[in-house]
Design a binder for this molecule. Sequence first.
Ligand code: HEC
Ligand code: HEC
Ligand code: HEC
Length: 276
Amino acid sequence: MNRPILFLLALLLLPAAAQPDDSRSITLNLPPESLGQWYRPVAKRDVWLHTMFALRREMQAVAEYSALGDSRRLGQWLERLEADYRKIGEMVPEWQDELELELFERMRKAGSPEALARLQRKLRRSCQGCHREYKLVAALRYRTPDFTTVKVESSESMEEETYSAVMKRLTLLVNRVKIASVDGRRKAALDALDALQVRLADLGESCQACHKESAARERILGKAAGDSLTHVRAGIESDDVRSTGRYLGEFAVRVCADCHAIHRLQSDLRRLLSKR
Ligand code: HEC
Ligand code: HEC
Ligand code: HEC
C-alpha cells in the first residue's frame, strides 16, 4: 500500500513541467524463452529450481570440506558442483557465455583453503550477477499460479468462464447491491445479492483446481464471508442503509481484498511478464 502512495506523492511534488525521468522507472529483463521448458507444466517438476538448490548445497559442501581438510569428499563435491553449474548452459544455451567454467580447473588445483575460498567467491559473483538480473522475474513468471487457464463453471448457464469474466461480474453485482440499497430498491438489492452468492459458490468450486484441501476456500469464502453477507441481507430487509454498507465493506475486504492480496497481485505480475 505504501509504495503507490509514495509514488503518487512524488508525482504531486514534482514541478508541473517536469518530464518523466529515468529515476522514476525501472527495467526488468525477461529470461530467455528456453528457461520455460525447465518448469512445470512443460517439465514434470521445476528442474531449474532444483538444480539451483543443488548448486547452493554443493557450494556449502565444498566450503565445509575444504575447511575440514577432507580432500576426498572435497573432490567429490567439486565434481558435482561443476556438473550442475555446467547444466546451466546446457539447459539455457543463451546463458552459456555467462558461465565462469575456467574457475573449476583452478579450484581443483587450489593450494590452500584460502585460495579455494577466493575462487569460490569469484564463482559466487557469477551466481549473483545472474540472480540480480533474472531471479525475481523467473520466479514470478514460472512459479506463480496461472489463473488465465482456470475455468469457473457457472451453475446457472453451465458454461465455463474465465476468472477475468467472473471477476467483472462479481464487481458488477457488489456495486448493484450497494446502489440499489442506497436508493431503497429492496427487491433489486436482494436479487443482486442472491446472484452474488451463487457466483461466489461457483468461484469456490474453482479453488480445487489447485488446492487439494478445502482450507484455502474456507479461509476466504467460508463462514466469515457468509456472516458478512447475512448481515447485508438483514440490512437490506430492514432498509438499514448504514448497516448494509458497513457489512458489504467488510465482505469486500474479507473476500475480495484478502484473496487479491494473495492471488491477484501475483497473477497481474505473471501476466505482465508473460507478454512477449
Ligand atoms: C545464468 C543465470 C544463473 C546463474 C549463473 C545461477 N543462477 Fe541461481 N537462479 C537463477 C534463476 C533464474 C533463479 C530463479 C529460479 C526460480 O525462483 O524459479 C535462480 C535461483 C537460485 C536459487 C533459489 C533462490 C531462492 O530464492 O531461494 C538458488 C539457491 C540459486 N539460484 C543458487 C545458485 C548458485 C549457488 C549459483 C552459482 C554457483 C547460481 N545459482 C547461478 C539463475 C542463475
Ligand atoms: C491456479 C491455481 C490456484 C487457484 C485456482 C487458487 N489458488 Fe489459492 N493458492 C495457489 C498457490 C500455488 C498458493 C500458495 C502460494 C502462493 O501464495 O501463491 C495459494 C495460496 C492460497 C492461500 C494462502 C495459503 C493458504 O492455503 O491459506 C489462500 C487463502 C488461497 N490460496 C485461497 C484460494 C481460494 C479461496 C481460491 C478459489 C476461490 C484459490 N485460492 C484458487 C494456487 C491457486
Ligand atoms: C481466488 C480468489 C479471488 C477472490 C475471492 C476474488 N478475486 Fe478478483 N481476482 C482474482 C484473480 C486471480 C484475478 C486476476 C485474474 C486474471 O488475471 O485473469 C482477479 C481479478 C479481479 C478483477 C480484475 C478483472 C479484470 O480482468 O479486469 C476484478 C475487478 C476483481 N478481481 C474483483 C473481485 C471482487 C469484487 C471480488 C469479491 C466479490 C473478487 N474479485 C474476489 C482472485 C480473486
